[in-house]
Design a protein around this ligand. Sequence first.
Ligand code: KG4
Ligand code: ZN
Length: 327
Amino acid sequence: MIALGIETSCDETSIAVYSTEHGTLSSKIFSQADIHANFGGVIPEVASRNHIQKIKPLYDECIKESGIDAYDLDIIGVTNAPGLIGALFVGVSFAKGLGYALKKPVLPVHHLSGHILSAELSYPELKPPYTALIISGGHTHIFDVDEALNFSLIGKTIDDAAGEVFDKTARVMGGPYPGGIFIQNMAEKGDRYKIKFPVAFKNEPKFSFSGLKTSVMNTINKGEYSLEDIAASFQYTVAKTLADKVFAVADAMKRDKVVIGGGVAANQEIRRVFNGEKGSKQVYFPEIARCTDNGEMIAYAATRFYKFRKFLNYKGSAYDTKHSIGI
Ligand code: KG4
Ligand code: ZN
């Protein structure tokens, strides 16, 4: 089966062709990060306009590089939720038009299930059941994924997402947007045990990062500690909180595999802490390039979800979570 994947939920326009027989045939990402960096965050209207300009040339390039003919595609997967509504709308409209022209089924893929399944692309032997953690700019969610590929939400953040706290901390420290890598680099020169930051909901599978965020801001403003020590202690607190909660869920659900996905999963400290705490469990982080938004994970997810035969009809809309597959 050959699938096209389309991802436009935030500030990356991305298209990929994935074959169940030969793996990824081509994958193209146009990141708008530099454009939005000027504003200190993603501007939805600017994102939509850039998706409109980029999507068709990117699709043409991707098909050309894959060596297939567009009619060789069996299915089209598109992120239809969650994300910026105008941005999603560009991808979904493009997918519908293409599906109509080529007479191929369009599968509306939930963005978070794409991030989770991304780990299977990096580890072909990996299959559910497993516990999954998604950490990105907009999400911090734990899911249980069973043998039949059903996703159940176990817990999530009640306020900020993990990536958001990285970005806000970086901003206060004078760093760029997005700020995850800035914090990671700053933390390399600091002491992760120097400052004890608060952890919310210690023994529950849900997150709250607003108390940590306030505490980090106050510590920066007081000026008693170096920014390096603050970055290292903050990053360690996030990593330890995520690992403790996810492994507790995996234990409770009797899962021996843990999958981590989303942009923040690129973080080296988070990888270090998870690998240090895993015990007899297996921990799967996708390759760094597969952590951030990409069409490859959506194409792959479409091939995994095909068995559900849940297709987008021409009335199907963007951000219609009732009709996304996966979650
Ligand atoms: O999944 P993603 O690319 O986009 C969303 O769907 O949100 O995640 C973006 C987030 C940003 O908050 C960014 O700062 C964070 O991922 N990020 C990192 C690192 N690389 C990216 N956070 C911590 N450490 C990193 N190395
Ligand atoms: Zn994402």
